[in-house]
Design a protein around this ligand. Sequence first.
Ligand SMILES: Nc1ncnc2c1ncn2[C@@H]1O[C@H](COP(=O)(O)OP(=O)(O)OP(=O)(O)O)[C@@H](O)[C@H]1O
Length: 224
Amino acid sequence: MIELDHLVAGYDRQAITPALCGRVVRGSMTAIVGANGCGKSTLLKTLAGFLPPVSGVLRWPERRPVIGWLAQRHALESQFPVTVQEVVSMGCWPRISLFRGLNRAARSRVAQGLERVGLTAMARETIDTLSGGQFQRMLFARVWVQNAPLVMLDEPFTGIDEATSQILMEQIVDMHCSGQTILAVLHDSERVARYFPQTLRLGEQQPLWGATHTAPLQTEVCSA
Ligand SMILES: Nc1ncnc2c1ncn2[C@@H]1O[C@H](COP(=O)(O)OP(=O)(O)OP(=O)(O)O)[C@@H](O)[C@H]1O
């Protein structure tokens, strides 16, 4: 689905990651892990197309798909006067115009998304009333409703309680089982070992990329 050919991610032509070679296979589920500041989020933003590569090439052998994106929580505005249901409904865009309203199928999917994350009772509340964990559940429901072929999650569990993390992890597994490709930046190695078949580990002498339970991980990095 994505091919990395000596891809270097960074800012303003300053490399943060080493050169990476490898493939994100369609239907795979990969955790991007590594120490604080090693460039996990920078790499994810580059793969999503929010940042240009510093060098190297990012290829989409098939057509570039729609990407479901979950940003780090602090990057998001919580004071905007919209309801939980309205935010989750955004997952239907652009298939359905929000100005024309949602059809029955879309309304049903939004309701399912809210139910999956336990927010049905809060659907009509404005988002400034949500706790951090509820806010994250809402954003997750939007990603689930979107049903994008490729889903990128930047630290989806950071700062939220264990119960919420578990609910969200189950949704990620469901999305993977339904064929969506998952790329997630994570810190929790136990969760990575339990749920993520593939791992891309940055920030050590040599990045490692391969099956999570292969020891050592298959080395996929190239020299710059
Ligand atoms: N907008 C930016 N411009 C320039 N440098 C940045 C920018 N954002 C982050 N950086 C720097 O890039 C490096 C990698 O940051 P990044 O957020 O990708 O790391 P990370 O591995 O995701 O870290 P963490 O686990 O702490 O979230 C850090 O040194 C950071 O200070």
